[in-house]
Design a protein around this ligand. Structure first.
Ligand code: PRP
Length: 192
């Protein structure tokens, strides 16, 4: 059978993804510790308020799953499906939303949007406007990664796992043309 794999290991700390080399940027332990800290903060702030956590598909799948596991409070979970990268390595600036994924009525609810990465901020600006139209009691954003140098619009972010440089990242939910999402670490594209 032909090898159709787009990902292979290059060394202990790097992979080849679609022919490009990516190095470990944040390892599993670093991610685990930071997610636990954010989970503790959210658990303290939202105790007794039954927040709705909204995961932004697909990238936030791992962060949301790990965050949910460390929360010690009652909460509900919903999803939105938005995309802006369109397969490239930078944001296209055009937000596309797939309708019909959301299930929970957000009016009067405490909402926390859970993202893997805020890059230009356009996805979050779009999504928070849509959510505000539903009249939530409160709205906050939790992102594992934030690239402040890439910002094209200002969106206030309440929980940031890590600040990242304006370089392409994969792993822990983030992909390069759908490859690399399953990697348990976060990788950064190697500089030539
Ligand atoms: C990525 C990421 C964020 C968004 C951030 O999604 O998951 O949702 O881009 O970029 P922005 O701040 O410039 O708007 P992507 O379009 O790659 O879709 P995916 O999560 O399904 O891979």
């Amino acid at each position: 059978m032909p090898d159709t794999s787009n990902l292979s290991r290059f060394s202990d700390t790097s992979v080849l993804c679609r022919g490009e080399r990516f190095e470990v940027y944040i390892d599993q332990d670093g991610i685990r510790r930071r997610v636990a800290e954010i989970g503790e903060e959210i658990s303290l702030r939202y105790a007794g308020r039954n927040p709705v956590l909204i995961g932004v598909l697909h990238g936030a799948c791992m962060f949301l799953a790990d965050l949910l596991r460390v929360l010690t409070i009652d909460c509900e979970v919903d999803f939105r499906r938005l995309s802006s990268y369109e397969g490239g390595t930078t944001s296209s600036g055009r937000i596309v939303e797939r309708e019909g994924v959301a299930r929970i009525d957000l009016s009067g609810r405490h909402v926390i949007v859970v993202e893997d990465i805020v890059d230009t901020g356009l996805t979050m600006a779009y999504l928070t406007e849509r959510i505000k139209e539903q009249g939530p009691a409160s709205l906050r954003i939790a992102t594992l990664l934030h690239k402040p140098e890439a910002a094209r619009v200002h969106v206030p972010i309440d929980y940031v796992g890590f600040r990242a440089p304006n370089r392409f990242l994969i792993g822990y939910g983030m992909d390069y043309e759908q490859t690399g999402r399953h990697l348990p670490e976060i990788y950064i594209r190697a500089e030539e």
